[in-house]
Design a protein around this ligand. Structure first.
Ligand code: BGC
Ligand code: BGC
Length: 981
């Protein structure tokens, strides 16, 4: 703790941030910086004794009340801080007298804010005053504040007044009506109610004094119950006043003021409450801490951002979620945006998933509001609010007043057009499920979220008959500088992705929880017509992507807009929108925040289209220089940090990372006074763990691909995946190399320390070398139509990698047929298929296949086919690759179908190789399972949800080659070694 970094009068150690100089012009932003909280409430860092320009606030999750223009806001709750010290008649305030020394410190490890002041009163008396406060996370309804006073040079008559201020304001607006107040033998209490939402709040407080004989007095001016202690203290004599506060609202109990008074009566000492609180923090940090060595500013800044997220994450409440400015300021009025799902949730999903679950359940509870919004706009299903509060109804202001007296009101279009929020919620729902395997929650809440928002999408997209494609018109994408665009690539692809997942969830429910599916079907109407429309949209929605260049057009016509060189505007301290105006900004190729790059970032997680290193490079080069990364949106820098780091632009990555990490500590954007930038804080975690740590899920467990910023000697964190903790302790690359070497020499048997000795490749046919799925589908469809059986494209999806017989059995479902009839139907389907594959030719080979086959052969690697199809041979011939294949295992080779290992063992045997010398390339879950059971290496093609068990996962074979594959297999092998050691 002896290393320190200084900046703007702040001093950082690895767990603390201190201010040693009071800068009045920074007063409000520092109130934000020094916010504390406990997941139930947040309290800004205002002073106990008051200050002329103070904006004190205590915000409690869920305590919303109506206001004009922005509909509803978190009501500033009664202030529990007031503690006035009067020294020989002079009231202690930092604007008066003289500050001889000053230090305010936030210790994020213990969750304690303290302040030490040596003050000379206007009448010349010097006194030391030390404050300390915490909001207990061990018991969320308890707040503790302690004040210690020590006269320095003369005996003083001191009075301490501890109060509750029942007149809190939201920037001039008071939400409360006072119901009642009073005293008990333990202290005083206040009972209030919000004006329109009629939420009742009870707060009680008591004080305890030690170190002097004091007289205690209770006064009860309206709305300001106060306890006063008066005493005499001589120089060096420290007198301690401990103020404990309890708070409840009618959201958690029926009679909050009674409960608050009872609780106060039962409270133990301040010190035991503090101990329990510190202990609870210790447990939180064990899970969530990140250790960085070699960069104290980064170390503290990362912990600080995590602290700010941890204190606003609802712990015992699943009807609330984290607002954009957390519980630390009035900005965005406590409204909840995509900031939570996309930026903040990953931190919780991978370190404290029960908290992520609370916040996602909030989205489940607000589905009724989302449905009302859909109805209002003339759509179906659930359309989430761009800005959401207690009910899920849309609360984005329709108009905002202009910045100057003579300007026009500004129409805010986000409520109508920034619709990607519904896919964002589905995205977080999906990844929460992937990371936790929480099937129960998916069944009870997640599925309904994903399916009902999918229904919204199918009513929102439009079919363009001219181009024969689906489109989404009149939207705002992630980049809010363009307010009326068609076919935003980010939105369109997220919708496509969302519908893919909706179909998956439909099948998953059907297979695992048919009753639940039935219930949802009744409630939402998930008819096959509706689902085939989803399929159709998936297949035909337009994504403005140019395959030849890899460039994605942000929306239709973006490239035609006037270009801009942002460097010409430097240096600046304002956003490009403030400089150009809304209209002019709309006309230019300038972005408020990543949009195409945001899409690539979100698809990077599962390596899905359009993500690839090449598309990333291409689009980075185009969009990064056109993005207002300094003053656009605070959501941008962390994402740029990650992508820059992927691209090996380490210096830029670090600069962006720091921009995000210091946004509130150093008020980088000049608006920290409005509250903590929650999304940026969440982005900081992602930048460190997913970016610099390079965590990816390979072979169903997290694997690090670190690229540490210059100077970082160590990066250490925990990552929870499917209920299992993975501890990562990363060092700079050179160190890693040497360590890995040393590890192996010491602990690995010589034979297993080498990379796998790959001698053969076994390829599945369908979906790997070629795609005859369409031919199979058409054949099945024809048969089903002839037999009057219900069948369609989605049902066909479930047949991937499934044998002919099993496929037929699934299609006939409950209907019973004699064996001969089944046989006849299989033959008939096969005949249709065989007829149709007559047209297969080399052009049906999937991209990348031919090159890979040739490379493998050149490297002396043998090649086999391992396909369940009885037509594999003719297909291989028609594809023109028969001469490149050394052995064929097909539908005639073995009895037991995949996932039994038989087929692949047969193929290896034909090649004369050991299983461990073979790599199987498969696109079906059952195929991967079979190959693993055979003891072979596996390359899975497709989403992790399907082939996640494979050693290496790729979207397809298009962008790979033998060298890359070998490197990935080596990594997988090393990972496996590590896990074994
Ligand atoms: C934000 C929007 C928000 C609007 C109204 C704008 O500054 O960019 O996302 O909806 O304010 O709160
Ligand atoms: C950003 C949005 C964000 C909102 C709330 C806006 O300025 O453009 O992406 O959701 O702020 O943080």
């Amino acid at each position: 703790m002896d290393i320190k970094a200084h900046s703007q009068h702040l001093t950082y150690t690895d767990w603390t941030v201190s201010e040693t100089h009071l800068a009045p012009e920074r007063f409000n932003s520092r109130e934000t910086t020094f916010t504390i909280g406990n997941g139930y409430l947040g309290t800004r860092g205002s002073f106990e004794e008051g200050y002329s320009r103070a904006l004190p606030a205590t915000l409690i999750h869920g305590v919303y009340d109506e206001v004009p223009i922005v509909y509803t806001e978190l009501a500033n709750c009664p202030d529990w801080l007031p503690l006035v010290v009067i020294v020989d008649g002079d009231r202690f305030r930092l604007e008066r007298g003289e500050i001889l020394s000053y230090e305010r410190q936030l210790d994020v490890q213990r969750g304690v804010l303290s302040r030490k002041v040596r003050w000379r009163s206007p009448s010349g008396i010097t006194i030391d005053i030390v404050f300390e406060r915490f909001a207990s996370i061990a018991d969320q309804h308890v707040l503790g504040l302690r004040c210690q006073v020590t006269p320095v040079d003369s005996e003083s008559a001191i009075e301490v007044q501890a109060s509750i201020n029942g007149y809190p304001e939201n920037q001039g607006f008071n939400h409360w009506e006072l119901l009642d107040q009073g005293k008990t033998e333990h202290g005083v209490w206040l009972n209030l109610r919000t004006r329109s939402s009629r939420i009742q709040l009870g707060m009680a407080t008591g004080i305890k004094l030690s170190g002097a004989e004091a007289s205690l007095q209770v006064t009860n001016p309206p709305g300001y119950p106060t306890l006063t202690a008066s005493f005499l203290a001589s120089p060096g004599q420290t007198v301690t006043v401990e103020k404990l506060v309890t708070v409840f609202t009618s959201l958690e109990c029926e009679n909050p003021v009674e409960v608050a008074c009872e609780k106060l009566a039962q409270l133990p000492e301040y010190s035991s409450l503090l101990d329990a609180h510190v202990q609870a923090w210790d447990e939180v940090w064990q899970k969530s801490d990140i250790v960085i060595e070699g960069d104290v500013t980064a170390q503290l800044a990362v912990r600080y951002n995590l602290f700010q997220l941890l204190i606003c994450a609802p712990r015992n409440n699943d009807r609330v979620s984290i607002p954009a400015k957390t519980l630390s300021g009035f900005g965005y009025r406590g409204h909840i945006f995509w900031d939570t799902e996309i930026f903040i949730l990953p931190f919780f999903i991978y370190t404290q998933p029960e908290l992520a679950r609370n916040m996602l359940t909030y989205r489940y509870h607000t589905l009724p509001g989302a449905r009302r919004k859909a109805v209002h706009y003339g759509y179906k299903g659930a359309m989430y609010a761009w800005e959401s509060a207690e009910t899920g109804d849309e609360v984005t202001p329709r108009w905002l007043p202009p910045n100057d007296f003579y300007g026009e009101d500004i129409r805010i279009w986000c409520r109508d057009r920034e619709i990607h929020i519904s896919a964002d919620v589905a995205y977080a729902t999906w990844f929460y499920w992937q990371a936790t395997g929480d099937d129960e929650w998916m069944r009870d809440c997640g599925a309904e979220i994903i399916l009902d928002t999918a229904i919204f999408w199918s009513s929102r997209v439009e079919y363009n008959t001219k181009y024969e494609r689906y489109e989404i018109r009149e939207v705002i994408g992630a980049d809010e500088y363009h307010e009326f665009v068609h076919n935003n690539a980010f939105t369109n692809r997220m919708v496509q992705w969302h519908l893919e997942k909706a179909l998956y969830i439909y099948d998953w429910l059907g297979n695992n929880f048919p009753e639940k599916l039935n219930e949802l079907d009744q409630k939402l109407n998930l008819s096959s017509g509706r689902r085939s429309r989803w399929n159709d949209i998936i297949a035909n929605i337009w994504i403005p992507y140019d395959e030849s260049t890899g460039l994605i057009e942000q929306f239709e016509g973006f490239f035609q807009l006037q270009d801009i060189n942002l460097e010409e505007y430097e240096p600046r301290t304002k956003s490009m929108q403030a400089i150009l105006g809304i209209e002019e900004g709309n006309k230019r190729q300038v972005l408020k925040q990543p949009d195409v790059l945001m899409l690539l970032y979100l698809m990077r997680q599962s390596q899905e289209f359009p993500y690839s290193q090449k598309t990333l490079e291409k689009n980075w080069d185009y969009y990064a220089p056109r993005t207002d990364i300094s003053y656009g949106s605070s959501l941008g820098p962390a994402i740029h940090a990650i992508l820059a780091s992927d691209l090996g632009k380490t210096a830029e990555a670090y600069e962006r990372f720091m921009q995000a990490a210091l946004v509130d500590l150093e008020d980088v954007r000049g608006n920290a006074a409005d509250g903590i930038h929650g999304a940026s804080a969440g982005g900081v975690w992602q930048a460190v763990v997913l970016g610099f740590g390079g965590i990816q899920i390979g072979n169903d467990e997290p694997v690090a691909h670190p690229h540490l910023p210059h100077g970082w000697r160590r990066l250490k964190f925990n990552f929870l995946w499917r209920g299992k903790w993975h501890a990562f302790d990363l060092r700079p690359q050179e160190d890693m190399e040497t360590r890995r070497h040393a590890d192996m020499e010491i602990s690995l048997p010589a034979s297993s320390s080498e990379s796998p000795n790959i001698r053969g490749f076994i390829f599945d046919l369908d979906g790997v070398l070629t795609d005859t799925a369409e031919y199979h589908y058409l054949a099945w469809q024809k048969l089903a139509d002839e037999e009057g059986l219900l069948f369609n494209r989605e049902a066909n999806e479930g047949l991937r990698g499934v044998s002919r017989r099993e496929s037929l059995l699934r299609i006939v479902g409950d209907k019973h047929y004699p064996e001969e009839k089944l046989q006849e139907m299989m033959d008939r389907k096969n005949q249709y298929y065989v007829d149709s594959i007559q047209n297969i030719s080399p052009k049906d080979l999937l991209p990348g296949v031919l090159t890979l086959l040739d490379e493998l052969r050149q490297a002396g690697i043998k090649i086999a086919l391992g396909s369940a199809s009885k037509n594999a041979r003719p297909v291989v011939e028609k594809l023109g690759i028969a001469n490149r294949i050394d052995a064929i295992a097909d539908g005639y080779s073995v009895q037991r179908p995949k996932p039994a290992p038989d087929l692949f063992l047969y193929a290896a045997n034909q090649l004369g190789l050991e299983p461990a010398q073979c790599v199987v390339v498969e696109d079906a879950e059952a195929g991967i399972e079979a190959a693993l059971a055979a003891g072979m290496w596996t390359v899975g093609l497709g989403p992790a949800s399907r082939v996640g068990e494979a050693h290496v996962i790729l979207p397809n074979l298009a962008d790979t080659d033998w060298t890359k594959l070998r490197a990935k297999l080596n990594d997988a092998a090393a990972q496996q070694q590590k896990a074994r050691v």
